[in-house]
Ligand binder design. Structure first.
Ligand code: FES
Length: 559
């Protein structure tokens, strides 16, 4: 079974355990009402989880989840991992040791000795008789919940709907354990008061057939046996890792990155593990689980040194329309030296995962906008450098807000110019409408900025905007820290030319007929021209909009 399927199975087991934990917490929180309410809730809880199907599902999931965790710990070649993953591993490994006392004294005692474990007896033990175990139980609850929340968050965070759902889920994630712990505290106080009643404690222990001394010793032996076995399993896994490492050390390979570094790693590691061993920043939104595609690399040399992608890897690669020489770094284990190019910047936002748009270079129909400040260079000659930077940053903030507000992506801020892309995901019709809306918002922003900076400027700032729509190659381009989503091609070239033409026409906007047609906006009221563009045989039909404010009625009446 591949690591991908192991993780899938482990996740499925976690999805059985999650409702158990949630219902357990809800049951605890009934303590805020009364001990009797807790007991009533417990009846339903046990009806589900102590039935045969419930028992099989629960213990099956615990065994599968635990054993697969140890298997994955053995499988991973490097223990270097992101902090969140290390935290989740640590919490996961602590859980059995923290819960063993509670499980043996409740479920196992019920199972083997017919001892009933109502809340009154459990809370009596944890709150009154052995408060040190109560503290441990609170710690266990916290660790279990954090382990689950980290897992859920990192499994879901690259889903498109997740950012919108996150505040609600976070509220639930916070409320559930808090209410459970408050319920436990409330029940603890109620039981402590009852325990003062003469004869109440012995009567409770007798009626629930609490384990006697011999049974308690037996439970202790079970507990120690479990802890020793668990510790032994951990030691065996770590020893097996050491043996493998010693063996693998004799055979190593080199992973060369076209961006610079070369990492020497033992044969058997994945490319992502090699990146981690060599401390080469490498995107891995899902933590190497083969689900997000952000680790993907182009194999420039040594493609035949990689085993064919598994079905699961092929599925993920197909979702992003990957070329045949692209592989998931977290799944590909080279047998010999390889040279690769990571295709996604290490700092990718989780929302960008599995987006088959442009992150590795694809042809798209989109709208491209160029804008430039008019006469700013001349104005800057008479200003202190500090003032130039201040004014430019205010300008970039105004146009950047207008672009992103309309749905575009600000791409390049160069000198006093800006390039923006629209419709990468939604297509050129939406992109063209967004670009026209952005142009309008940019000019309005400039008007506000001129009012604000009236005392600083010798003349109002003016802007020239060119917009064209058509095909372009979109992708993440650049190097090192300067890695960004951009577009190249004729459409970009033409849009830049139209922006230049605004100077000749003394206009705020020059827009191609292609944009107007795609946006469904009638620009017949504006003068038409045909512009020659270098390297194009056909001139480009454009409309010249002297004042962008005049566009408003056309945009309002557009479909
Ligand atoms: S890290 Fe997510 S698919 Fe490789």
């Amino acid at each position: 079974m591949s690591a991908f399927h192991v993780r899938r199975l482990r996740l499925a087991a976690a999805l059985v355990l999650l409702p158990y934990v949630i219902l357990h917490f809800l049951n605890h929180s009934l303590g805020l009402v009364s001990l009797a309410a807790m007991e009533a809730g417990r009846w339903w809880f046990l009806a589900l989880w102590r039935s045969w199907p419930g028992t099989a599902a629960l213990y099956g999931a615990i065994v599968v989840h635990g054993i697969l965790a140890l298997w994955l710990l053995y499988q991973r070649r490097s223990l270097r991992m992101p902090a969140w993953e290390a935290l989740q591993y640590t919490f996961g490994l602590l859980i059995p040791a923290l819960l063993v006392v509670h499980v043996t004294s409740s479920r196992i005692a019920w199972w083997l000795m017919d001892a009933d474990d109502p809340y009154a007896r459990v809370v009596l033990g944890l709150w009154v008789l052995s408060p040190q175990f109560g503290g441990r139980q609170v710690l266990a609850v916290t660790v279990v919940w954090l382990h689950a929340c980290i897992g859920i968050h990192y499994s879901l965070r690259f889903r498109r709907w997740y950012p919108a759902a996150r505040p609600g889920l976070f509220t639930v994630a916070l409320l559930l354990p808090v209410l459970a712990l408050l319920g436990f505290v409330s029940a603890g106080r109620e039981v402590a008061a009852l325990a003062k009643t003469p004869g109440w404690v012995p009567a409770l222990l007798a009626s629930t057939q609490a384990p006697d001394k011999a049974e308690a010793a037996r439970l202790l032996a079970i507990r120690e046996g479990f802890l020793n076995s668990y510790l032994l399993a951990l030691v065996v896994v770590m020893l097996a890792r050491c043996v493998r490492w010693l063996h693998a050390r004799r055979r190593s390979l080199r992973v060369a990155y076209t961006t610079g570094p070369i990492v020497t790693a033992p044969v058997g590691v994945t490319i992502l593990e090699a990146s981690r061993l060599g401390r080469v920043p490498h995107a891995s939104v899902c933590g190497g689980r083969g689900r997000c595609s952000t680790c993907r690399v182009r194999v420039v040399r040594g493609l035949d040194a990689l085993p064919a992608p598994s079905e699961a890897e092929q599925r993920v690669l197909a979702r992003v329309g990957a070329a045949p020489d692209v592989r998931l770094a977290c799944q590909a284990r080279p047998a010999r030296d390889v040279t690769i190019t990571p295709l996604v910047p290490p700092s990718i936002d989780p929302g960008g995962a599995l987006t088959p748009d442009a992150r590795q270079g694809r042809e798209r129909e989109l709208a491209v906008l160029f804008a430039d400040l008019r006469g700013f260079t001349r104005m800057a000659e008479h200003k202190l450098p500090y003032d130039v930077v201040f004014v430019l940053n205010r300008y970039f903030a105004a146009v950047g807000t207008a672009i992103t507000g309309a749905g575009g992506v600000t791409n390049q801020f160069t000198g006093d110019g800006v390039m923006a892309l629209f419709g990468i995901d939604d297509g050129p019709a939406v992109g063209s409408r967004q670009a026209l809306t952005a142009a309008q918002a940019m000019v309005e922003g400039m008007t506000r900025l001129n009012v604000e900076l009236a005392g600083e400027l010798t003349a109002p700032l003016r802007i020239g905007i060119g917009i064209h729509a058509g095909p372009g190659v979109v992708g993440w381009m650049g190097w090192g820290e300067s890695f960004y989503l951009t577009a190249v091609g004729d459409t970009v070239h033409v849009a830049a030319r139209l922006e230049q033409a605004t100077k000749d026409f003394q206009a705020e906007l020059v827009v191609s007929d292609d944009v107007a047609r795609r946006a469904g906006v009638d620009l017949a009221a504006f003068p038409a021209h045909r512009l020659e563009v270098r390297n194009r045989t056909e001139p480009v039909a454009v409309r010249v909009v002297a004042r962008v404010a005049e566009l408003r009625p056309m945009l309002l009446s557009a479909p």
